[in-house]
Design a protein around this ligand. Structure first.
Ligand SMILES: C[S@@+](CC[C@H](N)C(=O)[O-])C[C@H]1O[C@@H](n2cnc3c(N)ncnc32)[C@H](O)[C@@H]1O
Length: 257
């Protein structure tokens, strides 16, 4: 990427127009990606395998970088095949975990929790987070789901988390974070993390209807719209993986004066 001397980013302003044209996957499939997966379980299975293959690379550094020990029950909203809950429960033997995702994914997560010997502490619940999420967690995790969602869906999911959470519970958004200004270019493209961020922004543009990689300010706007206060922006690196592509933003219920 560095070999392009920063000139590749000159194409970026064209990308929304190109991706909005007929070859965007939503137009090709005739429906949003997760609806397509619901109707085509074989495609969902391939997607889940892809998520699982990258899970250690993406999620293990998160479990190393963040102290999950204060939490008794984590609810992983959009938790897919359960990889993050498995890692957290393995690292914290007293913790409990709930994976929440569409029914087919939740079924796979249940099987994975069982295979990992965690069925006594880990459960999986199927449903649509735009309609509601399970109550009872003291930490709600949104790992790599916000960037699949347009702003309206993201706010709906956040509001449902807020409604399910007690006042002391925490929300952790674990996601890629776009640098301020939304431009990843030039020298920054020599950095794997920056490259990964730019590529994922493009992927969201192509495969979702309105998903994107957001800046910290954009996350803050969504959180505030849903009744949260950003308490710990953390877009840093993990000591174990300098190239950790994910940021961790912590939020709590906003208490209006
Ligand atoms: C990109 S995957 C990430 C999976 C996992 N959290 C991880 O970090 O590997 C996004 C997940 O969010 C789930 N998801 C998206 N929209 C959802 C919704 N409205 N309700 C429940 N789950 C949803 C998808 O089914 C998928 O498993």
């Amino acid at each position: 990427m560095g070999a392009t001397d920063g000139r590749m980013h000159q194409a970026h302003p064209q990308l929304p127009a190109v991706a909005g044209s007929a070859w965007r996957i939503v137009q090709i499939w005739g429906m949003p990606i997760y609806q397509y997966f619901a109707e085509h379980p074989e495609a969902r299975a391939v997607f889940d395998r892809a998520m699982a293959s990258a899970a250690w690379h993406r999620l293990l550094p998160v479990v190393h970088a963040y102290d999950f020990s204060p939490f008794r029950t984590v609810v992983d909203v959009g938790g897919g095949n359960g990889a993050l809950v498995v890692l957290i429960l393995q690292a914290h033997p007293r913790a409990r975990g709930v994976v929440f995702d569409f029914p087919a994914a939740a079924e796979r997560a249940r099987a994975n929790l069982q295979a990992a010997g965690l069925a006594d502490r880990g459960t999986a619940v199927g449903g649509d987070a735009r309609e509601g999420v399970p109550k009872g967690g003291d930490a709600y995790l949104l790992s790599n789901i916000m960037n699949d969602l347009d702003d309206a869906a993201a706010i709906a999911v956040l509001k449902n988390c807020r409604a399910a959470m007690g006042t002391e519970a925490k929300l952790l958004v674990i996601d890629r974070v776009m640098p301020a200004g939304g431009v990843v270019s030039g020298a920054a493209m020599d950095d794997f993390r920056a490259w990964d961020t730019a590529m994922n922004d493009l992927i969201q543009l192509l495969v979702t209807g309105g998903g994107l990689v957001r800046t910290e300010a954009e996350f803050q706007g969504l959180l505030e719209a849903a009744g949260f206060r950003l308490t710990a922006p953390f877009t840093g690196r993990s000591s174990s993986a300098d190239a950790l592509p994910l940021g961790i933003l912590r939020a709590g219920a906003r208490r209006d004066p």
